[in-house]
Design a protein around this ligand. Structure first.
Ligand code: FES
Ligand SMILES: [Fe+2]
Length: 363
């Protein structure tokens, strides 16, 4: 893998964008699994999934890219845990569905584990030497919580707090404890494009006037703002006069602004879009080099504000993004396109993402 492939000049004025191959080469997609996805934080669920002691919730982390069977639990001491869901005997999946348990028991040969993942007992192992040992426990997985949302990482290259601290600074004080998941409003979109093209598109408001005519009527394009952090990007959608916005208290950094939406992207696959009605969690799941699932999960704290402003009509905006991103996927396969340049005024977020992607892919 030539290093020039992952060189992005830190100076956006002279930099060139990621080479087209990065979005279409199956070998690069394969390398991203260990170099990027295994080392970063991904959304695992919300705390209601493991609300009471004894509750267990198995899930697959990034199906298509990591395919890692994991398990969330809340133990009898009310502590949350994330661990491997693979039995340390011969590798069966331990928990097959969500439920309530006193203990975990593998249905293959009856090995038992405590809810914190520690080995408990195993029949017919009396003559096995040096058994049990710590390697018979279910491996623990790093778990982080921000408000109601849980994220996990197999081998985190950055502390969870560093990832979420920009959200804490901006969003503390909003009524996260009142959020209710709107399961009926959740949707999965399947996009025929590389996951990183979807992220590129998310990270700039540049295309809003061209691609999203409805969104453009509620947002002030001139005031749209982008702030870069080490492992995240925040975009601020500012409401046009008379359009819905947060009422932020005195002392809040955005008190003077009519914020219609906070768009937080956490490197590499998670987005928290925060509107006056609540939070739309958008998850980008890379299924294959040219196929991506985008999940929209709505969490509501004020349903009366759902149908107005930048946070309304999200399905239409998503379909508009999908069409444009699929068009880019066709373009990056061209023999006649190699890489582009950035607008320093409008594409700081895209440049920042490309720098991070390059940093992780260089290893
Ligand atoms: S594989 Fe779990 S007990 Fe044998
Ligand atoms: Fe868009």
């Amino acid at each position: 893998m030539g290093d020039a492939l992952f060189e992005i000049d830190p100076d956006i004025r002279v930099a060139r964008t990621l080479p087209a191959r990065v979005y279409s080469d199956p070998e690069i997609f394969r390398l991203q699994r260990e170099r990027l996805f295994a080392r970063t934080w991904h959304y695992a669920g919300h705390d209601d999934l493991v609300k009471v002691a004894g509750q267990v919730h198995p899930f697959t982390l990034l199906p298509g890219a990591l395919d890692e069977p994991l398990l969330l639990t809340r133990d009898q001491k009310d502590q949350l845990h994330c661990m491997s869901n693979v039995c340390t005997h011969r590798g069966t999946l331990v928990v097959e569905g969500p439920g309530h348990e006193q203990q975990l028991r593998c249905r293959y040969h009856g090995r038992r584990f405590a809810l914190d993942g520690r080995f408990h007992s195993m029949p017919e192992f009396e003559r096995t030497v040096n058994f049990p040992s710590p390697s018979d426990d279910l491996p623990a997985v790093s778990l982080g919580g921000w408000t109601r949302f849980l994220m996990v990482s197999l081998a985190p290259a950055m502390p969870f707090d560093e990832l979420v601290s920009p959200m804490r600074a901006r969003l503390d004080g909003l009524p996260f404890s009142q959020l209710a998941f709107d399961a009926a409003g959740a949707r999965d979109y399947f996009v025929n494009a590389n996951w990183a093209l979807y992220i590129d598109n998310y990270l700039e408001g540049f295309h809003i006037p061209y691609v999203h005519s409805s969104l453009a009527t509620t947002l002030d394009y001139g005031e749209y703002a982008v702030e870069l952090q080490r492992f995240s990007v925040m975009q601020l959608g500012i409401a046009k006069p008379g359009e819905p916005a947060f009422a932020l208290p005195r002392g809040h950094p955005d008190h003077e602004r009519a914020v219609a939406a906070y768009y937080f992207w956490l490197f590499p696959t998670t987005m928290f879009n925060v509107y006056p009605w609540g939070v739309s969690v958008n998850l980008v799941t890379p299924l294959a080099v040219d196929r991506t699932r985008v999940s929209f999960l709505p969490f509501v704290w004020d349903a009366s504000k759902r149908d107005a402003g930048a946070g309304a009509g999200l399905d239409r905006v998503e379909r508009e993004d999908e069409v444009i991103v699929e068009s880019v996927q066709l373009g990056v396969r061209s023999r006649l396109y190699e890489r582009g340049r950035y607008s320093p005024a409008r594409e700081g977020g895209v440049h920042h993402f490309h720098r991070l992607l390059a940093e992780f892919m260089r290893g």
